[in-house]
Design a protein around this ligand. Sequence first.
Ligand SMILES: *[C@@H]1O[C@H](CO)[C@@H](O)[C@H](O)[C@H]1NC(C)=O
Ligand SMILES: *[C@@H]1O[C@H](CO)[C@@H](O)[C@H](O)[C@H]1NC(C)=O
Ligand SMILES: *[C@@H]1O[C@H](CO)[C@@H](O)[C@H](O)[C@H]1NC(C)=O
Ligand SMILES: *[C@@H]1O[C@H](CO)[C@@H](O)[C@H](O)[C@H]1NC(C)=O
Ligand SMILES: *[C@@H]1O[C@H](CO)[C@@H](O)[C@H](O)[C@H]1NC(C)=O
Ligand SMILES: *[C@@H]1O[C@H](CO)[C@@H](O)[C@H](O)[C@H]1NC(C)=O
Ligand SMILES: *[C@@H]1O[C@H](CO)[C@@H](O)[C@H](O)[C@H]1NC(C)=O
Ligand SMILES: *[C@@H]1O[C@H](CO)[C@@H](O)[C@H](O)[C@H]1NC(C)=O
Ligand SMILES: *[C@@H]1O[C@H](CO)[C@@H](O)[C@H](O)[C@H]1NC(C)=O
Ligand SMILES: *[C@@H]1O[C@H](CO)[C@@H](O)[C@H](O)[C@H]1NC(C)=O
Length: 494
Amino acid sequence: MASLVLYLSATVLFAQSTVAANCSKAPIYIDIHKRAVNNSPVFQYGSFIGLGTPAQNQSLWPSLQQNHTSLALDTYCKGNTTLKNCERSTGGFFRPRDSTSFVESQDFQTLDEAQEGLSGFFGQETLRLYTHYFETDGASETLLENSTIVVAESGSITPERVGLGSSSTVLQDLSARDIIAGKTYSLYIGQGFDRAGGAVNGSNVFGGYDSGRFTGVPNKYPMNIANLNPMSVRIKDVVITGSTDNANVSLFDNTVFADMETRPEDFEAQITTEQFPFSLPYQITQNFIQHLNAEEDNTWGDNSLKLKNAFNGTLSIVLEDGFTITLPPEVLMNASNITPIQSRNKSSTKPFYLGTAFLGQVYLMADYGTNNFFLAPAVQKNNIVMPVTFCPKSTPVAYEHPKQSSWQKQGLIGAVIGGVIGGLGVLAASYCIWITWMRKKDERNLKRELQRNSQMKMEHMDVEDGRPKFDPPPQQLNAAKAMFWRKNKPGLTF
Ligand SMILES: *[C@@H]1O[C@H](CO)[C@@H](O)[C@H](O)[C@H]1NC(C)=O
Ligand SMILES: *[C@@H]1O[C@H](CO)[C@@H](O)[C@H](O)[C@H]1NC(C)=O
Ligand SMILES: *[C@@H]1O[C@H](CO)[C@@H](O)[C@H](O)[C@H]1NC(C)=O
Ligand SMILES: *[C@@H]1O[C@H](CO)[C@@H](O)[C@H](O)[C@H]1NC(C)=O
Ligand SMILES: *[C@@H]1O[C@H](CO)[C@@H](O)[C@H](O)[C@H]1NC(C)=O
Ligand SMILES: *[C@@H]1O[C@H](CO)[C@@H](O)[C@H](O)[C@H]1NC(C)=O
Ligand SMILES: *[C@@H]1O[C@H](CO)[C@@H](O)[C@H](O)[C@H]1NC(C)=O
Ligand SMILES: *[C@@H]1O[C@H](CO)[C@@H](O)[C@H](O)[C@H]1NC(C)=O
Ligand SMILES: *[C@@H]1O[C@H](CO)[C@@H](O)[C@H](O)[C@H]1NC(C)=O
Ligand SMILES: *[C@@H]1O[C@H](CO)[C@@H](O)[C@H](O)[C@H]1NC(C)=O
């Protein structure tokens, strides 16, 4: 069976209430994956953003606590920097002297008093936010001029970050200059970085969200802006499920874990990208160690626990409202038996964390206008990339796949066999390109890109050989909310 992708054009209008903000502003989609970055010999994982004039391209790691966007000076790895494997882990390097648009800001008062592990100087610089869907194609860029950045001279952490804390300068500038609809932001961090050991790439959407990236009705939570990572949730249970017996053991169950006299209270944990593993309360961590026979390990420098014996089960985090996020077996324990649960000292007063192991399973959508955020299960593979505007105060709506029956009505069912979306075994598969991003391309270009992309991004999808016919996409369309799908007319064949 040939592996190719079926592209359908669809016209779906997203009913969205237009509140005070200008919700016809298209969002800015920036993907997260490994790529060549300035002055580094290796591909690095992060958000595709260029700095300065001419562009020095970087892979910036999204930080939910840092407010400034930071870059590594080309001498970052010299001197007293303690970042491990520094030359290959910064996300790129930045040389202000090579940029004609860089202006140093003297005496600037930092918005990141609480950020440890970085020191540097401030300046104003042009950020080039790149949007590209097709690996081999050029990117379109959104310029954000004269935005304040930090150039890190030394430190102990990955210095190149997009600051998305509650005073994020990027969101503030984009929104104040009317480039996006408001201070809204969405993140899927992906699993394509070394610690996660996966292949799925992530994305950022400024002023929007990718409606193809999550399923169901998103769950809403208030931010706790007293926390450094304001996106915090309360956890009421942690459950380990065996794969053979399907048996559930709650790490909160004082009848199973006799050290505990009573069932523990729920606790607050901060969602963070500063670390991969979870940091859970001491007693819950002890119960995990006891139940799965875990031991201390520091292979990754993050104190993640290691299991003595392989375990092929799952771990579920149950939030206060019942929303449950399950780490699949390959995340709960990698090939070297290392888990994403950090050891915790009894006397530690550090916050509890849900790290990027958690964000690999969920889509996060933040509304800094109202200080609320949403979580929904992430669609990890074969997703439809469909960025839509996230109007402040609104609730994101997941893209609905066309029902199978409606495909039958279109006479298309024979064309799509065995497509799997999100591993759920859904039969029909479609890939819709949001037309706004394509409006500058002519049809031939589009056709070529689609074919190329079919090999690059959708290779897991098997589609029967018979090639369906489609309409060409509309030439010009103010399609802030539209995709393309014309039913009845024959057209472009590919
Ligand atoms: C809203 O944004 C759109 C697209 O940028 C623009 O055409 C329109 O004039 C804006 N409306 C208002 C009221 O600012
Ligand atoms: C992620 O992006 C990289 C390019 O950096 C690409 O090679 C890889 O195939 C992508 N992974 C998936 C699952 O699409
Ligand atoms: C970012 O700004 C918020 C709100 O002003 C502040 O509470 C937080 O501490 C800042 N982040 C850092 C890393 O300092
Ligand atoms: C940076 O990325 C942009 C967009 O893909 C590209 O046009 C440009 O050539 C890149 N610059 C360098 C120095 O690689
Ligand atoms: C950025 O700053 C430069 C010089 O300070 C100025 O000429 C330019 O107009 C500014 N651009 C914007 C968009 O503010
Ligand atoms: C590195 O040294 C500089 C001064 O030489 C100091 O300001 C900075 O805090 C030091 N950084 C670290 C991470 O120790
Ligand atoms: C598991 O972690 C170890 C840590 O050393 C790493 O070497 C190995 O590649 C990881 N395995 C997978 C499947 O991610
Ligand atoms: C464990 O919990 C899951 C989810 O609540 C449930 O589907 C399953 O039946 C439970 N297993 C047992 C053995 O009760
Ligand atoms: C883990 O369990 C699943 C379901 O029972 C099974 O399909 C899979 O082969 C098991 N994997 C390993 C490595 O034992
Ligand atoms: C626990 O304390 C020891 C000694 O102070 C320290 O080395 C270790 O990093 C701590 N572990 C964690 C997970 O913080």
